[in-house]
Design a binder for this molecule. Structure first.
Ligand code: HEM
Length: 483
């Protein structure tokens, strides 16, 4: 009764059962449907909802800026569940000061200048992908989800470890790829493992099933790979190796923490950071690009318009224009913006802890009673456009054209809703790499092929899932590419 009626947050609307326990939201998170369920709550209760005894969710672009940029509340404890091998990395560190120190080491790797250096390698990988696709174009449909996870894993491993996985090659010969599977499994394994005492988990690991074995072994596989690469690059650092273009992330981190011999613990820090970037960077980017391709397959008119723009910027179909050119193609960027707002690649709640400090309330329009209890606040990116239909008329139609009009006030207001990579100091560190890894393959595919939906892919199979682990994730997406 106290939780429902007498709690200081009880004036905030929401389902009564949510005020009793966090299990309700945890249950939906576990079923990969957190964002959808919360989206429905907004429809029922309005833009601010109490979704747990101390959890407040809101959907308002202005309030998001307030919470994530201006007040810079620290991350909520739920982030600790994403630790890797029990160790913190930039994503899981809660307090802002330690986070800033940790992020300083990897920051330069993702600067625009460094990504510009890395783009020639991305072009090479992408053109080799196009070659593979050409050999099957028009003959069979392709599960572009499987393909792009493989392609983005290859790019990420190249950028982080300077190592060529040969994963797309394997994909083209239908060879199973344990490494790419392990990238998908690692964060899920971390979550499943937490539900069991150690000895139970050790027993579960003995279950003689091939798929289960590879699931339980994924952290070992990735950690051993990261350790081997770290030691190799450490030797190269000692020999003073110079990199022609952009050194891999692991090399930069080793340089940053030098001399490592004084602090062997730093090895673990370097390995954990590299693994965190690998896991953060692959599925998010692949799923986003899959959605773009699906959207093009479903909208021939949009595809045609995009193709015309790309054809005129990429006269030779095997020479991908520089990022600086792609970033200025109006329709291409309008399409990407619309894709990111219509189906945010990472729609889940990003909880921030307000501790015992009490926000002024007016900006968030919270019915707040002082003194406030410690509470967790989160915005939801899913459905932001439905919350502000004046900026996105009509919000339920996928319409890149609206981004071509930047005039005040709607154009400017629209831009403030664009936050697929988060906002504030905890914004995605790999944002510049992710943007390049979306633009380059998208342009190369659209320039070289016409995209049609495969027979087995339907709206239902592309039904949005909210990854309780990281991002939106689809089951598969078959498309037919035609030369
Ligand atoms: C389309 C692709 C991507 C999307 C939509 C995305 C989205 C996000 C978002 C929204 C956050 C903030 C999460 C929060 O506040 O809880 C984040 C954090 C992060 N992302 Fe990404 N990301 C993408 C790709 C990448 C790539 C390619 C990398 C690196 C290779 C990366 C590395 C990270 C890291 C390390 C963090 C933690 C940052 C910190 O707290 O300092 N992401 N990402």
């Amino acid at each position: 009764l106290k939780c429902v009626f007498l709690h200081p947050l009880s004036t905030i609307p929401g389902p009564w059962y949510a005020s009793l326990s966090d299990w309700w939201l945890a249950y939906h998170t576990f079923r990969f449907e957190q964002a959808n369920v919360v989206h429905n709550l907004f429809a029922k209760f309005g833009p601010i909802v109490r979704a747990g005894p101390n959890k407040i969710l809101f959907r308002d672009a202005q309030a998001m800026r307030d919470v994530y940029i201006i007040r810079r509340f620290e991350k909520g404890p739920v982030y600790q569940s994403f630790k890797l091998n029990g160790m913190d990395h930039a994503f899981t560190i809660l307090d802002n000061e330690s986070h800033a120190a940790r992020r300083r080491a990897s920051g330069p790797h993702y600067s625009a200048a460094n990504i510009a250096h890395f783009q020639s390698q991305m072009h090479k990988e992408t053109l080799s992908l196009v070659d593979k696709l050409e050999s099957i174009a028009g003959q069979m449909s392709v599960d572009c989800l499987d393909l792009l996870k493989t392609y983005h894993a290859q790019l990420a491993v190249l950028s982080i470890f300077g190592y060529h996985l040969g994963a797309v090659e394997k994909w083209s010969t239908d060879t199973p790829n344990e490494f790419c599977q392990a990238i998908s499994d690692f964060p899920k394994q971390g979550i499943v493992k937490r539900f069991f005492p150690r000895w139970v988990w050790a027993l579960l690991c003995c279950i003689p099933n091939k798929r289960w074995k590879s699931f339980t072994q994924c952290s070992k596989l990735l950690t051993e790979f990261a350790m081997a690469r770290t030691l190799e690059l450490e030797q190269q650092l000692e020999l003073g190796k110079e990199f022609e273009a952009s050194p891999p992330l692991v090399y930069r981190l080793l340089q940053y923490h030098q001399p490592l011999s004084h602090n062997p613990l730093e090895h673990d820090v370097v390995i954990t950071d590299c693994l965190a970037h690998l896991i953060a960077g692959v599925e998010t980017t692949a799923n986003t690009l899959v959605y773009f391709l699906w959207q093009l397959a479903c909208s021939p008119q949009i595809q045609r318009k995009l193709q015309l723009e790309i054809d005129s910027a990429m006269l030779d179909r095997s020479i991908i224009p520089k990022l600086s050119i792609l970033q200025n193609l109006p329709y291409l960027n309008a399409f990407i913006n619309e894709g990111c707002i219509f189906r945010p690649p990472r729609p889940r709640c990003d909880f921030r802890s307000i501790g015992t400090c009490c926000p002024a309330g007016s900006e968030l329009h919270l019915a707040w009673t002082r003194p406030s209890p410690p509470a967790l606040l989160s915005a939801l990116k899913r459905g932001l456009c439905t919350a502000t239909p004046t900026c996105f008329p009509p919000p339920e139609t996928f319409d890149p054209e609206r981004w071509l009009d930047n005039s005040e006030p709607a154009g400017v207001a629209r831009a403030t809703h664009m936050m697929p990579f988060g906002i504030g100091t905890r914004v995605c560190s790999g944002q510049a790499l992710a943007q390049a890894a979306l633009l380059i393959p998208l342009v190369a595919i659209v320039r070289n092929f016409r995209i049609r939906a495969g027979e087995s892919t339907t709206d239902e199979s592309m039904r949005k899932k909210h990854g309780s682990v990281r991002s939106v994730s689809y089951d598969f997406c078959d498309v037919m590419l035609i030369k």
